[in-house]
Ligand binder design. Structure first.
Ligand code: PMP
Length: 460
């Protein structure tokens, strides 16, 4: 099977690297994440779950613009809403009624939302949440679990901390998901100093359930469970006078219309929303309890030219309404279960389940690759990605499904995985050198310190 032609992609990239540092605006869209010299670099068009690159190749996309495209590319209702708003204008000199309309929708559907302010990136929402927590508690330190954006308070904890004053790193402490002791220990070591806990309510594993009668995670089904890891985190925050911030930048609207907080029946003090809110037209939101959010009125400064920009708001209004009308979270759960269970079956068929698995919740599953014998996980990942690209699948080891991923697309993807795993199992069985089978460059991790998706950036 032929390698995709990437002549135009490479020509563009050679121009870009001369005038754009790193070539890409978003680290995870750059060639370090998509096997360089094999994968395309530039996309030109998207429709539904498909994208077309600059050389005319098409792919079923599982990255979906780094996850915001929950309704798929170029959705007609979003396009209509944005086009209609564009005729009236996008940025105004005074406020616009859309700010209220979208805020009302969020207050109605997100359990923690009593008041709302808008930003543009996920990082705007997580950063202002931290600022509110520090202002409310008059404390400075942060306990975190996961990735929360490019801002100094967070990136200080990673190996990409160049240019960030050192004090930021002294103020942020990681804990491990589903390990309440690790959070308690952060509080113990920093007595009366932790302003807030910020975390994604779920990344890969389900929150551990501590009730015996509620085993097999039935808490996610009956929604009455009040005894899972997230409830414990809630309790620890309360006992320590720290705010609980859920980073629902990815989970928001994917797990349920009310976010993962509704799905798992745990209400945080503040919530950051972004990717799922407006189907790729830039918008984020910080929502939360009135007694905390009201600080943004006067006491805590959060203001910028494009706050309240109307194309994002028009998209959000149309997007949230459509997500509700079409019951998109249910759809993602069903199509995601079909995909995930069949993918794991194929892995088993080729007896590779000791080092490959498709884990996590079906609406946002993650492909786990462990080192196996002499084969390193990044070599295996690069090989799988290469073979999937060859077969028309754009893949980066997570599956950000959309309403436009239909059964036929999933089936085509499963077939591509089957063919890929067949070749991979032969390589392993015959002890072949996988490096000789990789036609492009190895992909690299975003952060070198990432050990796994959960403990993520475990510096301390
Ligand atoms: N939180 C989470 C969980 C994210 O995945 C991201 C982005 N990948 C962010 C925050 C930051 O969002 P943005 O890149 O839009 O600033």
């Amino acid at each position: 099977m032929k390698k995709p032609k990437i002549t135009n992609s490479n020509k563009l990239y050679n121009k870009a690297i001369k005038i754009i540092p790193g070539g890409s605006q978003t680290f995870s869209k750059g060639p370090s994440q998509f096997t360089n010299n094999f994968a395309p670099k530039y996309l030109k068009k998207g429709k539904g779950c498909k994208v077309w690159d600059e050389d005319g190749n098409s792919y079923i996309d599982y990255v979906m613009g780094c996850q915001p495209l929950i309704l798929g590319y170029s959705d007609k209702d979003i396009n209509n809403a944005v086009n209609k708003q564009l005729k009236n204008g996008s940025t105004f000199s005074l406020m616009n009624r859309l700010e209220i309309e979208v805020a009302e929708l969020l207050v109605k559907h997100i359990p923690s939302a009593e008041m709302v302010r808008f930003g543009k990136n996920g990082g705007d929402a997580t950063t202002i949440a931290i600022k509110i927590a520090r202002a409310v508690t008059k404390k400075q330190k942060i306990a975190f679990c996961g990735y929360h954006g490019w801002h100094d308070w967070f990136i200080a904890s990673t190996d990409k901390s160049n240019g960030i004053p050192k004090f930021n790193d002294d103020l942020i402490y990681s804990f491990e998901y589903n390990n309440i002791k690790s959070l308690e220990s952060v509080f113990k070591k920093n007595k009366n100093e932790i302003a807030c806990v910020i975390m994604e309510p779920i990344t890969v594993p389900e929150p551990k359930c501590f009730t015996k009668v509620c085993k097999n995670n039935s808490c996610k089904i009956n929604k009455v469970c009040r005894n899972n890891f997230l409830h414990k985190v809630r309790k620890v925050c309360k006992e320590n006078n720290a705010l609980l911030i859920f980073d629902e930048v990815v989970t928001g609207f994917r797990y349920s219309i009310g976010g993962a907080q509704e799905y798992y029946n745990v209400t945080p003090d503040l919530t950051a929303l972004a990717k799922g809110i407006s189907n790729g037209v830039p918008l984020s939101a910080i929502v939360g309890k009135k007694k905390y959010m009201s600080l943004l009125g006067d006491d805590v400064f959060f203001s910028f030219t494009y706050g309240g920009e109307c194309l994002g708001l028009a998209a959000a209004k149309a997007c949230i309404k459509k997500l509700i009308k079409k019951k998109v979270p249910n759809y993602l759960q069903n199509i995601g279960s079909f995909f995930q269970s069949n993918l794991n079956k194929i892995i088993k068929k080729y007896k590779m389940d000791s080092f490959l698995s498709c884990d996590g919740h079906p609406c946002r599953s993650v492909f786990t690759i462990k080192d196996f014998k002499n084969y390193k996980n990044l070599e295996i990942k690069t090989f799988i990605q290469q073979e999937l690209f060859r077969r028309g699948i754009l893949w980066a080891a997570y599956h950000s499904l959309s309403y436009m991923h239909k059964k036929k697309d999933i089936q085509k993807t499963l077939n591509a995985f089957d063919e890929t795993f067949k070749i991979l199992s032969k390589i392993i069985k015959e002890k072949q050198n996988i490096k000789l089978k990789i036609e492009g460059d190895l992909v690299s991790p975003v952060f070198r310190k990432v050990s796994d998706f959960n403990s993520f950036i475990n510096k301390r």
